[in-house]
Design a protein around this ligand. Structure first.
Ligand code: CAA
Length: 282
């Protein structure tokens, strides 16, 4: 893989962050989304993030302009035909993702790796929607993508060692550290993180402490950069709920049951930062 042109599917928080870090690492990027409004939001998020990095002296203005110039925004999946690598970051819906993987498999050259940024869906199930299961793997970035150094690389049952090695090399070119995980519900990151967030929500629901108290305990007592409830607001409560449901369904163990308060907040549209209100107001 020359790895020079990367197709990114989905221009949401994760997709736009992924497009940005590839562009900063001098890859050409084609960022595709079916929604032109999402593409526009993605472009603005990338502009804001690059401006912040310039303001902080992490990159200079020239590098910021060059990075933005390396990203082509498109509504058409067919524009990804020449990609050397595809990273899918569309909605966390297995049927949608399987449909996309089938379409991408028919579109891109044989030999091209198809990666998914899924946070909890099985890589094996995406691989089986293609004719190239050895080249399907998880590239799970962390939010906010431009700042977080980890990429969880998920090895499906049929993913080849060569594909994993290539993906690891790509992560290093992005300045990220790859860590390998088996294709198990929640992989490593969300297997550990989400039960902690879910437990923090139980603690809030039971009145053990206020959201501020719960977050302060983890920030000052455990040196976490942000408390679990503030982090849940950053990730999106709908995403947290979907991951808890995947853990619960995947392991069949009641210890992963989503907290009723989480269910209630999602049902009432309190999704965290993206909706302006979660455990905190934004
Ligand atoms: N691009 C550029 N700059 C950004 C940015 C972005 N996308 N997002 C935030 N920043 C900036 C902030 O604007 C802020 O700038 P100012 O100082 O000028 O205000 C700067 O980064 C530092 O932020 P803060 O001072 O507000 O806070 P901080 O020092 O704590 O850093 C943080 C912010 C890096 C997000 C830190 O709080 C942190 O590491 N939090 C935990 C994040 C985490 O756990 N992420 C993983 C979530 S799990 C996941 O993503 C996987 C999944 O499947 C759910």
């Amino acid at each position: 893989m020359s790895g020079e042109t990367v197709g990114v599917v989905g221009a949401g928080t994760m997709g736009s962050g992924i497009a940005q870090v590839f562009a900063q690492a001098r890859f050409g990027v084609v960022l595709q989304d079916v929604s032109s409004a999402a593409l526009e939001r993605g472009r603005r998020a990338i502009e804001r993030s690059l401006a912040k990095l310039v303001e902080k002296g992490v990159i200079d203005a020239e590098a910021s302009t060059a990075a933005l110039g390396r990203i082509a925004f498109t509504g058409e999946l067919s524009q990804l035909a020449a990609a050397d690598l595809v990273v899918e970051a569309a909605v966390e819906d297995l049927a949608v993702k399987r449909g996309l993987f089938g379409a991408l498999d028919a579109l891109v050259r044989p030999g091209v790796i198809l990666a998914s940024n899924t946070s909890a869906l099985p890589i094996g199930s995406l691989a089986s929607a293609t004719t190239r299961p050895a080249l399907v793997l998880g590239m799970h970035f962390m939010n906010p993508v431009p700042l977080m150094p980890l990429v969880e690389l998920v090895r499906g049952a049929r993913t080849s060692p060569d594909a994993m090695a290539t993906a690891a090399e790509v992560c290093r070119r992005l300045g990220k550290t790859p860590v390998e995980s088996a294709d198990s519900p929640g992989f490593i990151a969300n297997r550990l993180l989400m039960p902690m967030i879910n437990e923090a929500i139980f603690a809030a629901m039971e009145g053990i402490g206020t959201p501020e108290a719960i977050d302060t305990v983890m920030k000052l007592g455990m040196n976490h950069p942000m408390g679990p409830l503030a982090l849940a607001d950053l990730i999106g409560l709908d995403v947290c709920l979907a991951i808890m449901k995947a853990l619960h369904a995947g392991f069949g163990d009641p210890k992963y049951r989503p907290c009723p308060l989480l269910e209630e907040m999602v049902a009432s549209g309190r999704l965290g930062r993206k909706s302006g209100k979660g455990f905190y107001e934004y």
